[in-house]
Structures are given as structure tokens and as C-alpha cells.
Design a protein. Structure first.
Length: 184
């Protein structure tokens, strides 16, 4: 086992033993990625915060299910985050009705009926990302929304690590430029 796997295994053992400090460490290491995945799926910051909390509760209660031979800890946690967010989407569909959720009228409006800025921002970002070349979109989505490392993406896509790093860096630079032009 390499040092990262040893550290991950030790952290998970501590969580299994109900060490709250270990859960705090896990949150510090992966909280931003879990929240990012949740926000990407849910398009609503309050629901993303709920999904983030639910994800870490699931990890706390099910840490014994992680298998280091099947995935990294980060990949496992990000998968839990994604499925947790999808479960919330399904719950909201049942609660509010599919049409209202799909149109964003119930979940993403504030008390005055205007579209929530988080929703607007997410939609703008989504539209800008779609303008990138497919290779850059794929690498950025795997990195930021699926929580994969550059090495994991390179392995997954069977591309050289340098190519993946360049795609992500160049894509983010182009995205930043489009963002600045759109929002100024």
C-alpha cells in the first residue's frame, strides 16, 4: 500500500471507531468537493448544504463499507455525494411535482419571485462550460464534479497526465475569460 492509501485507511479506521476528529479531518479534506458536486447536481445552495451534511453522516455510519482495493477514499466519498444529491432531487420532484422542479419555479425562486442568484450562476456556468471543446469539458467535469485527481482522470481516459493537466488548465483559463466577458 502506498502512503496515501495508508493514511486513508487509518482515517477510515478512526471513523469506524467513532473518532469525531477524524470526521473533521475528512470534512476539511473533502468538504469543498462534496459541496461542489452537490451544488452541481442540485443547483440550490441550501439543498447542497443538506446533501453535504447527509454525505458525511453516511460516511460516518458506513465507513466500514469503503474498500481501498476498489477506489480511493475521495472517489468513494464523491460517489456518495453524487447519489445523495440525486436522492434529494428525487425527493424534491415528489414533494413539489416534477414540472415545478424542472422549470426551477419552486426550488430556485426567492420570496419576491425572482430567480435565485445561485441558480443563475449555475446556469451561466453550465452554458459557458458547454462552449468548451469536448475534451476539456470531460476533464473539468471529472476533476471538479466527480472529484477525481489529475492522475485518476489520466488513467480513466487513458491519456498522458500532462495532457490532462493542460486540458484542465487551458479550459479553466478560457472559462475564466468567458465568465469575465459575460459578467462585466
Amino acid at each position: 500500500m502506498n502512503n496515501i492509501s495508508d493514511n486513508e485507511s487509518h482515517l477510515v479506521r478512526r471513523i469506524i471507531n467513532r473518532d469525531e476528529e477524524a470526521l473533521s479531518e475528512l470534512y476539511i479534506n473533502y468538504g469543498a468537493q462534496v459541496h461542489g458536486i452537490s451544488l452541481y447536481v442540485l443547483k440550490n445552495s441550501a439543498l447542497a448544504e443538506e446533501a453535504t451534511q447527509d454525505t458525511f453522516l453516511k460516511v460516518w455510519d458506513n465507513a466500514h463499507q469503503w474498500d481501498s482495493s476498489r477506489s480511493t477514499l475521495k472517489t468513494w466519498i464523491c460517489a456518495i455525494a453524487r447519489f445523495t444529491a440525486i436522492d434529494i432531487v428525487r425527493r424534491e420532484h415528489r414533494h413539489f411535482g416534477e414540472t415545478e422542479v424542472d422549470e426551477g419555479l419552486t426550488l430556485h425562486t426567492d420570496q419576491f419571485g425572482s430567480i435565485n442568484s445561485d441558480w443563475d450562476t449555475a446556469q451561466l456556468l453550465k452554458a459557458l462550460i458547454k462552449q468548451l471543446p469536448e475534451e476539456q469539458i470531460q476533464a473539468i467535469e471529472l476533476a471538479f464534479f466527480m472529484g477525481m485527481s489529475h492522475q485518476e482522470i489520466a488513467t480513466h481516459l487513458r491519456e498522458p497526465l500532462g495532457t490532462i493537466k493542460s486540458r484542465i488548465r487551458n479550459g479553466l483559463q478560457v472559462l475564466r475569460g468567458m465568465w469575465l466577458m459575460t459578467t462585466s
